[in-house]
Design a protein around this ligand. Structure first.
Ligand SMILES: NC(=O)c1ccc[n+]([C@@H]2O[C@H](COP(=O)([O-])OP(=O)(O)OC[C@H]3O[C@@H](n4cnc5c(N)ncnc54)[C@H](OP(=O)(O)O)[C@@H]3O)[C@@H](O)[C@H]2O)c1
Length: 285
C-alpha cells in the first residue's frame, strides 16, 4: 500500500459536489492533488489547478506529473442539446482514458449509477453503462462505484428539496413509495480513497449505497424535519409531462426514471470492504 503522503492523484470534475468533498479528504490525508476543471476554482496549497474548458488532453497531460490514480467525476444527469449524455458521460470518459494512457496513470476510479446494467434502457443508464465498458476494456486497474443518491451539503437532491421548501411545498412525484439508499458524501470520499489505496477494490464494480433504505416519501419527511410544510403528491403523468416540456422542472426525465426505478443495492458488501462506520440518514440531515 502506498502511503497517503506519497500519493499523487488527479481528479476530473474537481469543482463538482463529489469532487470538492473528495479533494477535501485527500488534501487532509496529505495526497498531492491535481484538480482538473473547466472553470477556475479554489485549490489547496498542495494542489495543482488545471483549467481546460474543452478537456484538452495535450494541455492537461503537460501538467500531470507521475500520478498514481485518476478519479473521474465528470458526469451529467440531465441532457441538453449542447451537453448530451453521449458527449459528457461517454466521450469525455474516452478522453479521460486517453489521458491516463498518455500520462501512464494506471488506476481509475469512476462513479456510475445504481441500477446500471446490460439491460439498461434509459439514455442516462445506457451512457453510464457505455462509460463503464470503456473503462473495463481500457486495461487500467479500475474501481467502478455504482452510486445511489450521494447526499451532504449542497448535493443536487438537497438543493432541489431546499429550493422547493423556499417555494412553500415539496412535490412528490407519484406515490413516493419507491426506494432510495442515500450515502453520505464524506463516506463516498473515504470509499474513493480506499479504492485507490487498497487492492481489495481492484478491478471491481461496487454498489455505492448507504446503510438504510427508505421510500422517497420517508426521505422527504426526514428532510423537512419539524418544518411545517405542505407535501403534495403529483400525478406521475403530469410529472413526466412537465419534465419533457419544461427544462426548469423540479424533476427531470431521468430523475423520475431513477426514482421510479426503485433501485437498491447491497450495503453489506461495501461495508465488508471498508473499515469505517457509514453515517445513517438522520446523522446526515
Ligand atoms: N451526486 C449523486 O447523487 C450521484 C449519484 C450517482 C452518480 N453520480 C455521478 O458522480 C459523478 C460526480 O457527481 P456530482 O454529484 O459531483 O456532480 P456535479 O456536481 O454535477 O459535478 C459533475 C462535474 O462534471 C463536470 N461536467 C459536467 N458537464 C460537463 C461538460 N459538458 N464538460 C466537462 N465537464 C462537465 C463538471 O466539472 P467542472 O465544473 O469541474 O468542470 C461538474 O463539476 C458524476 O459522474 C455523476 O453522474 C452522482
Amino acid at each position: 500500500m502506498i502511503k497517503s503522503k506519497e500519493l499523487r492523484i488527479a481528479v476530473t470534475g474537481a469543482n463538482g459536489f463529489v469532487g470538492k468533498n473528495t479533494r477535501n479528504l485527500l488534501h487532509k490525508k496529505g495526497v498531492m492533488l491535481f484538480g482538473i476543471s473547466r472553470k477556475n476554482f479554489l485549490n489547496y496549497k498542495y494542489e495543482s489547478k488545471i483549467i481546460s474548458p474543452d478537456f484538452n488532453i495535450n494541455y492537461i497531460s503537460s501538467k500531470l506529473k507521475n500520478c498514481d490514480a485518476l478519479i473521474h467525476l465528470i458526469g451529467t444527469g440531465r441532457q441538453t442539446i449542447a451537453s448530451t449524455y453521449e458527449s459528457v458521460n461517454v466521450e469525455l470518459t474516452q478522453k479521460v482514458l486517453q489521458l491516463c494512457k498518455k500520462t501512464k496513470i494506471k488506476k481509475i476510479v469512476y462513479i456510475s449509477g445504481l441500477g446500471v446494467s446490460n439491460n439498461s434502457v434509459s439514455s442516462y443508464f445506457i451512457s453510464k453503462y457505455k462509460a463503464e465498458n470503456e473503462i473495463i476494456n481500457s486495461g487500467l486497474d479500475y474501481t467502478i462505484l455504482r452510486a445511489s443518491y450521494i447526499i451532504g451539503k449542497n448535493d443536487p437532491l438537497t438543493k432541489n428539496l431546499n429550493g422547493q421548501i423556499k417555494s412553500g411545498k415539496i412535490i412528490i412525484p407519484g406515490s413516493g413509495k419507491y426506494h432510495l439508499q442515500p450515502i453520505f458524501v464524506n463516506d463516498v470520499a473515504k470509499v474513493i480513497y480506499n479504492s485507490v489505496t487498497s487492492k481489495k477494490f481492484s478491478n471491481k464494480i461496487i454498489e455505492l449505497v448507504g446503510p438504510e433504505t427508505v421510500t422517497f416519501k420517508e426521505f422527504v419527511n426526514l428532510f423537512k424535519g419539524k418544518t411545517k410544510l405542505k407535501i403534495e403528491n403529483m400525478d406521475l403523468e403530469y410529472a413526466y409531462y412537465n419534465a419533457l416540456h419544461n427544462q426548469a422542472s423540479r424533476y427531470g426525465v431521468d430523475d423520475l426514471n431513477i426514482m421510479i426505478g426503485n433501485f437498491v443495492g447491497n450495503h453489506n458488501k461495501l461495508k465488508k470492504l471498508c473499515d469505517f462506520k457509514f453515517k445513517k440518514i438522520r446523522e446526515i440531515l
